[in-house]
Design a binder for this molecule. Structure first.
Ligand code: PHE
Length: 363
C-alpha cells in the first residue's frame, strides 16, 4: 500500500517536473499564466494534490520525498515569477514601441445641469411681480371641485367646466364632492382669500391640467395666478400692472393687446395678447408679414394669447366671505409656457416637456 503511494507520489512529481516549465513559458499573457500556475500549484492544483498524499507515505521516505516536493514547489513559484516579469516587460515594450498615445486629447467634460427654461421664466416672472409688491404663494395640484369651479362662480354643470376638459379623481366613499387635477391656478384665488383679509396681492405659480394637445397646448402646463384685492382697485390698475409686466419681460416696445373675453369669475374680463416673437409679424415689413402668414404658433394672427384677466366678480367675493361693496380687485392667470415660447422663440410647446438635452442646451 505505502509502496504504491510512494510510486504514485514519485510519478506525480516527475510529471510536474517534466512539464511545468514549458507550460508556464508557453503563456503569452498574465491571465493565462495565472490560470496555468493555478492548475499546478493552486489550492486544487496537481502539485498541491500530491502534497496532500504526504501523510500516506512511509515515515522513512516522507522526509526525502517531502523535501523533493517542496523544492519542486519553489521551482514552480520561481518559474512563475520569471515568466510574469517577462510578460510585463513584453507588454511595456509593446507600449513603448507601439503607436503614440496622445495624452493631449481634451478630456470628457462633466456636463453641468441648469434650470429648465420654464423654471427660469417662472423665476423672472416672479421677480417682476415681487418687485411690484406681490407675495408668492403655493397650493395643491389636486383640488376640490368647489375651489376649481363652484366658488369661482361656475354654475353647476356649466359648459365652462367642459371648456376646461378636466381630469377628475374618483370620489372616495363618503366624500361629498369630487377632486380633480386643477384646470387653472385660479383655485389659489379662493384659497388665499379664505386665508387672508384684504388688502392682499399674491402670485401663485404652478402646474395645471387640461385635455389639450397641439403646438401651443399641452395637457399639463404652467400658469401663474395673480390676485390683488383692496378698496378702490380699478381696471386701470390691472392694465397698468400687466402692461408693466409685459414690458419688463419683452422690452418697452413689445406690442400688447387687451381684448374683452369671458371668464365666470371676473367682470369685466379680458385676455392679453403679446406680439408673436416667433414670426415677429408686428415688425410690419414685407418679410415679417410673409413670416406671419406662415406662422403656426400665432396661427398667422401676429399675436399670441398669454393671459386671461379681469376684475374679480362680486359673486367670488361673496363666496369667500369678503364684502363686495367695500372691496374690488383684479385677477389674472398667465401661461408661463407661452411666455417661455415667446421669450426663447420656441415653436412647439411640447419641446418644453420632452427632456431632450439637445433642445434644452440650446436655450
Ligand atoms: N383661470 C383662467 C384660465 O385658466 C385665467 C384667468 C385667471 C382669467 C384670472 C381671469 C382671471 O384660463
Amino acid at each position: 500500500m505505502s509502496d504504491d503511494a510512494v510510486k504514485e507520489f514519485e510519478e506525480g512529481l516527475a510529471k510536474v517536473e517534466a512539464s511545468f516549465r514549458s507550460q508556464l513559458d508557453a503563456c503569452g499573457d498574465e491571465q493565462s499564466l495565472r490560470a496555468v500556475n493555478a492548475r499546478i500549484a493552486g489550492p486544487t492544483g496537481e502539485l498541491t494534490g500530491l502534497l496532500k498524499l504526504m501523510p500516506k507515505l512511509p515515515g522513512d521516505q516522507r522526509k526525502v520525498l517531502g523535501q523533493k516536493a517542496n523544492a519542486l514547489k519553489s521551482a514552480v513559484s520561481a518559474a512563475f515569477d520569471t515568466q510574469l516579469l517577462a510578460i510585463a516587460k513584453a507588454v511595456r515594450d509593446a507600449e513603448l514601441s507601439g503607436p503614440h498615445l496622445d495624452v493631449t486629447l481634451p478630456g470628457r467634460n462633466e456636463r453641468t445641469g441648469s434650470l429648465h427654461p420654464i423654471t427660469r421664466v417662472a423665476y423672472e416672472i416672479m421677480d417682476v411681480f415681487t418687485s411690484l409688491g406681490f407675495d408668492i404663494v403655493d397650493g395643491p395640484e389636486i383640488d376640490l371641485h368647489e375651489n376649481n369651479f363652484d366658488k369661482l362662480g361656475f354654475p353647476p354643470d356649466h359648459p365652462a367646466t367642459d371648456m376646461q376638459d378636466s381630469f377628475f379623481i374618483n370620489a372616495e366613499a363618503g366624500q361629498k364632492q369630487r377632486s380633480l387635477l386643477r384646470t387653472h391656478t385660479s383655485t389659489m384665488q379662493v384659497r388665499e382669500m379664505q386665508k387672508r383679509k384684504p388688502p392682499l396681492a399674491i402670485v401663485a405659480p404652478g402646474q395645471v391640467y387640461r385635455r389639450d394637445d397641439d403646438v401651443t397646448h399641452s395637457p399639463m402646463f404652467f400658469q401663474l395666478e395673480g390676485l390683488l384685492v383692496d378698496e378702490g382697485v380699478s381696471f386701470a390698475h390691472l392694465k397698468g400692472v400687466l402692461t408693466r409686466f409685459a414690458q419688463r419681460m419683452f422690452g418697452d416696445n413689445v406690442p400688447v393687446r387687451f381684448r374683452p373675453s369671458y371668464f365666470p369669475f371676473v367682470e369685466p374680463g379680458g385676455e392679453v395678447d403679446i406680439g408673436c416673437m416667433i414670426c415677429r409679424g408686428y415688425e410690419g415689413t414685407k418679410e415679417a408679414l410673409a413670416r406671419q402668414a406662415e406662422c403656426r404658433v400665432c396661427k398667422a394672427s401676429g399675436y399670441l394669447e398669454v393671459l386671461g384677466c379681469g376684475m374679480v366678480h362680486p359673486v367670488v367675493f361673496e363666496n369667500v366671505g369678503y364684502d363686495s361693496d367695500k372691496y374690488t380687485g383684479f385677477a389674472f392667470g398667465l401661461g408661463i409656457d407661452r411666455i417661455a415660447m415667446l421669450r426663447y422663440g420656441i415653436s412647439d410647446i411640447r419641446w418644453l416637456y420632452e427632456n431632450d438635452v439637445r433642445f434644452l442646451s440650446q436655450i
